[in-house]
Ligand binder design. Structure first.
Ligand code: CTP
Ligand code: MG
Length: 171
């Protein structure tokens, strides 16, 4: 079926970003007490810039593990450009996630508070934007699939992480 094929291709394309986004949750349980990227500092509004949920360790691990995923994909598909775009997708996912937290803090939401759609889509949009900056061709059909599928997958995987006690909240 054509739609299934497009969905699988879209997920294959975005996979480094998905892996990058999930990595910090796991890493935070291995490396305890990571260093907050904002170093505990507040923004002009007196609230944290990003909050304790965004650490240097998480950011770097996400970018690295996502890029490693792309390295494996490049070998499987015998296409070295996947490595380049996978790096951009991973880095973009981590930056998008930071922007999401920045917006949440500006809205007065505490670390870990749910922000529907923002929590699920910030990293996706960051990843796609970075890959696009790098010259990736991203069909519109991929975007339609990913904007629908990502929140569903995000909630499912976060619920599993919650049940595994990797996360304290299921979002
Ligand atoms: N994490 C991290 N460093 C990052 C991103 C995530 O250490 N750059 C870890 C943190 O332990 C974080 C967890 O992954 O709690 C889940 O990430 P996320 O849901 O994005 O963070 P929240 O704690 O929900 O914080 P926020 O409200 O800012 O989204
Ligand atoms: Mg969260």
């Amino acid at each position: 079926m054509n739609i299934l094929r497009i969905a699988l291709e879209a997920v294959w394309f975005i996979l480094p970003a998905y892996i990058a986004n999930g990595t910090p949750v796991v890493i935070s349980h291995i490396i305890k007490g990571g260093i907050p990227i904002d170093r505990g500092k507040n923004f002009l509004d007196g609230r944290r810039i990003l909050g304790n949920g965004k650490t240097i360790e998480g950011f770097m691990a996400g970018t690295l593990v996502g890029t490693f995923t792309a390295f494996l994909q490049a070998i499987i598909a015998n296409n070295s450009s996947i490595l380049f775009f996978g790096f951009l997708l991973s880095l973009g996912a981590m930056v998008g996630d930071l922007i999401g937290s920045f917006i949440k803090r500006r809205l007065g939401l505490a670390r870990g508070a749910p922000a529907p759609l923002l929590d699920q889509l910030d990293f996706l949009l960051g990843a796609v934007f970075f890959a696009w900056l790098g010259g990736a061709y991203i069909p519109h059909s991929y975007m339609v699939v990913l904007i629908i599928l990502t929140p569903i997958l995000h909630f499912t995987t976060n619920y599993i992480a919650y049940r595994l006690k990797l996360k304290s909240v299921p979002w």
